[in-house]
Structures are given as C-alpha cells and as structure tokens.
Design a protein around this ligand. Structure first.
Ligand SMILES: *Cc1c(COP(=O)(O)O)cnc(C)c1O
Length: 344
C-alpha cells in the first residue's frame, strides 16, 4: 500500500502559511531579544518558551529511539487527537472509524470537529473484529483509532490485526499507547518506518506520573509531524512544563520501579477481588486498571462514592454491562477499596 499524505490532508491546511513565532528566524543564542514584546526583566518566566520543544524532543527521542522530526508534542494527548481531526478530516464530509468500547475522547473530538463517527464493536474479549473494521471503511474514512492496551477493558489488541489494518487502510491508523508501559508488549513506535500511515500516541500522564503537566507524545512520519506543527498553537507546551518534564524523564528507573509496583498490585488486587461474591468477572488487564463485572454495579458504585472511593462506572457502555473500571492505586488505597467492598 502506498500511502500519500497529500491525499488525506485538508486543502485549507495544505495551503496554510503558519504563524511564524518570534524566534523562528534565529538559530543560536542571541545577546539581545527585542522581538517579542516580552518584559525584559528576568524572573525565569518572562521569555516565551521554545515552540519546538527541542531539548524535550531530544530526550524523548533518546528514550524511544526515534529522531526529533518524528515527534510531535501536545498539551496532553487530547490536543493531538483534536489536531489530527483538524488536519486530516473535512467537517461535514469525512468520517472516522472507532472500534468500541474505547476511550471517549476520540468520538468527542470527532463531534466537536463535525466528523461522522462510524463505530464497530470489538469482540467479546475486546479484541479487534477485523472483518467488521475492514468492511466498515468508507471512501470518506480518514482516521481509524485503536487503543492498545484498550481503555476501559485493559487488554492488548492483536498485533497481527493492527498490522493488517495498517496495510489495508489508506488513511491514518492512530494507535493510542497511553498504557503501553504496563503491558508485556513492544511499542509500535519501532515500526514507524514500515508504515507511513501509522501514528502512535503516548503520554506522560500515566506510567510517567505527570498527568498534571499535560504532555501527549505523538510519533509519526516527518510529513505527518510537520502538518501537525503547522497548525498547533505556537506555544502549546509551557516553559515550566518543558523544564519539569525534561527533569522527570531522566528518572527512568523510578518510573520503571513504580510500573513494577503497580503491576504487582494489580495481580494482588485481582486475587483479592476474585474472592468476593459480588464480583462476577475480572477481565484480563495489561494496563494500570481493571474492568470488573459486578452484581448491582450501579448500587456498588454509589455506595463506594458515599465512602469517598471514586471508581469509574462503565455500566452503560457497549459490552460493559454491570462493569466498573478500577485504577490500581497505592497498596493502602487498594486495601481500603477491598475492605469497603467486603463490608457492602
Ligand atoms: C489517559 C489516556 C490518555 C492520556 O491523555 P492525556 O491527554 O495525555 O492526559 C490518552 N489515551 C487514553 C486511551 C487514555 O486512557
């Protein structure tokens, strides 16, 4: 399959001349900055941040083994998702294909951009239903979103099926790997050279414990990245965020240790919950949360809320009847949850 980025980029985006920021014309370190109407008196924050996040991308590139030209950073993955719609989908005309149930932001972003959402069901074990996906692609389908591991079910999708979709589809396949650090699988970032229509999303919000910073990472071909760069707000990642993220990214060992703790807590929590009568089923998880089917799930959800324990009620979504999604917390938090469930 030969994928052509120009065939899916919106005409108004192709012809757009982007906002050029104050420092775009200057390489190196200037002595005097009189170009951006900043207040010159230093307080660490008086200057505009690097719009290209060069240092941060170098660091991320080192960790992920990709070059900076293949990295785009957003104000959370949510910004990247919105920009993908704005770059590649014509409002009122184009369509997105989303296997459900999955992360809600894909279809919210689609609706905000007036893009028709075509949903197909995942299988009962929450894997891709390949025939359903392939036969639901229309001439106007520009994007397919796959979440791997999937939220809210927690499982990895079949890599073979993902590859089949990458090979068959002439639009972009957005593979959201927000939870990949918790999973026993390799990231698709290493396959970027094989598939020109692959876009991998990762985030600093989960394993890296930096949700408050708002950094979403997008890995894709240099062509795709340059389209996103063209339309992003110039200073979408604040200077404070860039410097804190850079510092935290040096603490890979800390991140890995925490991931290991969370994965072992996941195993322990699953063991404990299995023993409760009210728990009917626990779906296998490769992420930092578990989806559990419960008796009287909505009642349990409300009772937990009254005890000050917030979990995610997924009872009303496709394939998730009577299901709650529970994030793996600290050992203390998990114990409180188990004790309260026992008491109900
Ligand atoms: C949590 C989550 C994200 C992260 O979003 P950010 O905006 O980067 O915090 C992305 N995708 C999925 C599926 C998630 O569950």
């Amino acid at each position: 399959m030969n994928f052509e980025i120009n065939s899916i980029t919106r005409e108004n985006i192709k012809s757009l001349s982007p906002y050029s920021t104050a420092r775009d014309d200057f390489k190196g370190t200037a002595k005097v900055f009189l170009d951006a109407n900043e207040n010159p008196f230093s307080n660490l924050f008086n200057r505009y941040p690097d719009p290209n996040q060069k240092k941060l991308k170098l660091k991320i590139g080192e960790l992920k083994n990709v070059s900076s030209e293949n990295i785009f950073l957003g104000n959370g993955s949510d910004e990247v998702i919105d920009l993908l719609f704005r770059a590649f989908c014509n409002p009122g005309k184009d369509e997105v294909l989303i296997p459900q149930p999955t992360y809600g932001m894909y279809s919210v972003a689609a609706q905000i951009n007036n893009i028709k959402v075509n949903s197909v069901s995942l299988t009962k074990t929450f894997d891709i239903s390949l025939n359903e996906v392939l036969k639901s692609i229309t001439p106007n389908t520009k994007l397919i979103f796959l979440c791997n591991p999937n939220n809210p079910s927690g499982n990895l999708l079949s890599a073979k099926k993902i590859i089949k979709i990458l090979k068959t589809f002439r639009g972009l396949v957005i593979l959201d790997e927000a939870y990949i650090d918790f999973a026993p699988a390799k990231s698709f970032v290493s396959k970027l050279n094989n598939y020109k229509n692959l876009v991998v999303l990762q985030t600093l919000s989960k394993a890296w414990s930096l949700a408050s910073l708002r950094i979403g990472m997008c890995f894709a071909s240099a062509e795709i990245v340059s389209v996103l760069n063209k339309i992003k707000p110039p200073y979408n990642i604040s200077g404070l965020t860039q410097s804190v993220a850079l510092k935290q990214l040096n603490r890979v060992n800390k991140k890995n240790k925490e991931v290991m703790k969370i994965v072992s807590q996941r195993k322990k929590l699953i063991n404990q919950l299995t023993q409760l009568n009210c728990v009917k089923k626990i779906f296998p998880s490769d992420a930092n949360f578990i989806l559990i089917k419960m008796e009287r799930s909505k009642e349990v959800y409300q009772k937990l809320l009254k005890k000050g324990i917030v979990v995610r009620n997924r009872s009303n979504i496709l394939l998730c009847n009577d299901c709650l999604r529970i994030t793996i917390g600290t050992p203390r938090e998990n114990n409180i949850l188990v004790q309260q469930l026992k008491a109900l």
